[in-house]
Design a protein around this ligand. Structure first.
Ligand SMILES: Nc1nc2c(ncn2[C@@H]2O[C@H](COP(=O)(O)OP(=O)(O)OP(=O)(O)O)[C@@H](O)[C@H]2O)c(=O)[nH]1
Ligand SMILES: [Mg+2]
Length: 333
């Protein structure tokens, strides 16, 4: 299951208590203070993992706790620090404090780890607390509590190109043709109910790019019709759009306009992204009858006609478009 949002509770470990103890020496009832410090409680970290594509694990688990530090012991023995806990999330996950809406981290780089809840410091034992003025303190410290937070995770998949079109326009078929992705394809609307990513490598080119296939858009999607527009967050971070209209359309330009209007209802910046325009399923219409607007390209994912040219156009547009900056994105809440 594809889950792109989840609220989890995280609780870092408390510090271990400091120990209250004394050396035992012959003929002296109470020797020097020798209680060790407690260990630090476990921290909680978040790390982006390129192997993950959904927040399913987090949504299922809901709460993450790190252990408390070991208590200090006599004979100046320190308690051990507790083990840290790492929560792995897909790249593109935005981590925020659910109470304050403060953004804690935007996981964009694989392997980078950030602290989201700090473990409590261990308490000092009476040995560490002893000073020349007070050589024999009458107690040790307790460990400090660990931080606790409600954390909201929101996934916005990272891709270069977002496929936009009505249901059944042939978006998933196109993705399957150009990459190794296997999205579900069928002759009915709303076949795609969750985003799919495909990696496209072009012959003779070093860099590949990532294409995101999302559910179809219809007039009124922004009012909740069809599958709504919640999934549009997944193309907010793409650099460019591929607008796909079926060749059988009476008025391709008008259909593209309708799609852009729905995008604009979600976010004007999304609708303003640079785009390539494609007439899909060109094999279904006699070439002479194709209503191909200026600058559009006709393609067929069945015969392969126009597909390579489409990829070159997308590749070029991606290359000359700056990556999306955070300021362009719609608010999280
Ligand atoms: N003849 C022909 N049929 C196509 C072509 N591309 C897609 N189809 C067919 O059109 C139907 C819909 O294709 P999909 O790729 O599932 O369409 P979609 O845009 O992903 O649809 P949703 O996921 O519902 O939004 C399927 O039956 C495909 O086999 C094409 O180039 N030529
Ligand atoms: Mg589809």
């Amino acid at each position: 299951m594809f889950i792109d949002e989840s609220v989890i509770q995280v609780k870092a470990g408390a510090g271990g208590n400091g120990c209250y103890a004394h050396d035992r020496q012959k003929y002296r009832p109470k020797g020097r203070p020798s209680g060790g410090n407690g260990g630090r409680g476990g921290h909680i970290y978040i790390e982006g993992d390129p192997q993950l594509h959904t927040l399913q694990d987090c949504a299922y688990r809901k709460s993450y706790k790190a252990a408390r530090g070991q208590h200090g012991k006599g004979s100046n023995k320190y308690g051990k620090d507790a083990e840290d806990v790492v929560i792995y999330v897909p790249l593109g996950t935005i981590v925020s404090n659910d109470n304050t809406a403060e953004i804690l981290y935007d996981c964009l780089e694989p392997g980078q780890r950030v602290l989201i809840a700090r473990g409590g410091r261990g308490g000092r034992g009476n040995a560490a607390l002893a000073t020349p003025r007070d050589p024999n303190p009458d107690q040790a410290e307790f460990g400090k509590p660990g931080e606790e937070k409600r954390v909201r995770l929101i996934l916005k998949v990272l891709a270069d190109v977002g496929l936009v079109g009505r249901p059944n326009a042939g978006k998933s078929t196109f993705l399957a043709r150009i990459s190794r992705a296997h999205p579900k394809i069928a002759d009915y609307p709303f076949t795609t109910i969750q985003p799919h990513l495909g990696i496209v490598g072009l012959e003779g080119e070093y860099e590949s790019f990532v294409v995101a296939d999302i559910p179809g858009l219809i007039e009124g999607s922004h009012t909740g019709k069809g599958l709504g527009i919640r999934f549009l967050r997944h193309i907010e971070r793409t650099r460019v759009l591929a607008i796909m209209v079926e060749s059988t359309s009476e008025n391709p330009k008008k259909d593209a306009e309708t799609l852009l209007n729905e995008l604009a209802e979600y976010s004007p910046t999304l609708a303003a992204k640079p785009a390539c325009y494609f007439l899909t399923k060109s094999d279904l219409v006699e070439p002479a009858n194709l209503k191909l607007p200026h600058d559009w390209l006709a393609l067929s994912s069945v015969t392969g006609q126009g597909v390579t040219e489409a990829l070159h156009r997308l590749r070029q547009l991606v290359a000359k478009t700056e990556p999306v900056s955070e300021a362009d994105e719609s608010p999280l809440f």
